[in-house]
Write a protein that binds this ligand. Structure first.
Ligand code: HSE
Length: 313
């Protein structure tokens, strides 16, 4: 890096994501419109990654780069690119922590994207997934179903993390996501701790069948099949106990006409896949009312199911 380059900066945005689409635990995820995190990466003289500022987190996130997903993703991006530049990060959180909207992944993806562009884009978009998985692994668990859609956009299937093998799935026309976030927090670590360590063979068979049917429905556009394929009797029931009113919120979405509904990522956000924006509006209203009955205020957001991933902001 020359002295002239010091001070140059790139600002990147990465969106919120819904992971685990009913079926497809740790395997399916999609990018949302609107909400997300913004990270500015600046070249500085001293090698290594430092976090200069975090805003929008209420002072709760670590500013130690080794313990913050943006810092970890930036460090691994540098390492993977084989460069030892000095990078200073500014993180503007747009996503609530512990909400199930892929907050840690959005920070990691925005940081990896910004650092890569700052370095002259030595890595391809998909090559940024591994550095972001390292970041997720350090704070909550090794999974790529938030970072992959946060980086690539759209609806993706994580076939493998090592080596990275991500499959982009077609999104049936008009498919809309209703996302309802209650005022309640669940940490991903805690939500992973309540999962069974092993599942009986019969449940494994049902999960495999549902995931295969979900993928088939994405290609064929058969929304009735998509709806049936979102059933999950492994992860959702285990986690519902962490979210007041969870079962009732999911039931309310289905009663209002949603194709399927489940916990977004590790929760407490609950999402519903709907055939149209109008149907998603009805589902969101019913879900908010159900959270209210359970004693929780909530906020709703609607998004197309096929949205762009990380980009310069
Ligand atoms: N697949 C991960 C989990 C996503 O459910 O634990 C976390 O956002």
């Amino acid at each position: 890096m020359t002295a002239r380059e010091t001070g140059r900066s790139v600002r990147a945005f990465a969106p919120a994501t819904v992971a685990n689409l009913g079926s497809g635990f740790d395997v399916l995820g999609l990018a949302l419109m609107g909400a997300g995190d913004t990270v500015t990466a600046r070249l500085v003289a001293a090698p290594g990654v430092r976090i200069a500022r975090v805003s929008g987190d209420g002072g709760r996130l670590p500013t130690d780069a080794a313990r913050n997903t943006a810092g970890i993703a930036a460090t691994h991006t540098l390492r993977r690119a084989g460069m030892d530049a000095g990078i200073e990060l500014e993180i503007a959180k747009g996503l609530p922590l512990g909400s199930g909207l892929g907050s840690s992944a959005a920070s990691a993806a925005a940081a990896a994207w910004a650092v890569n562009v700052l370095l002259g884009s030595p890595l391809r978009r998909a090559e940024l997934i591994a550095p972001c998985v390292e970041a997720e692994a350090a704070v909550s668990g090794r999974h790529a179903d938030n970072v992959a859609p946060a980086l690539l956009g759209g609806l993706v299937l994580v076939r493998s993390m090592d080596p990275t093998d991500i499959v982009r799935l077609p999104v049936p026309e008009g498919l809309t996501v209703a996302v309802v976030t209650p005022v309640h927090e669940v940490s991903t670590r805690e939500a992973r701790a309540v999962l069974p360590a092993s599942v009986p063979l019969a449940q494994f068979v049902r999960s495999t069948a549902n995931l295969a049917a979900f993928v088939s429905a994405c290609f064929s556009g058969d929304l009735a099949l998509l709806a049936r394929a979102m059933e999950d009797d492994v992860v959702t029931p285990a986690r519902a106990q962490l979210i007041p009113g969870c079962r009732e919120v999911i039931a309310a979405a289905l009663a209002a006409g949603a194709l399927g509904s489940s916990i977004s990522g590790s929760g407490p956000t609950v999402f519903a896949l709907c055939r149209s924006e109008r149907s998603a509006t009805d589902a969101a209203a019913a879900m908010c009312a159900a959270f209210q009955r359970a004693g929780l205020e909530s906020s709703a957001m609607l998004s197309p199911a096929d949205c762009p991933g990380a980009r310069e902001a």
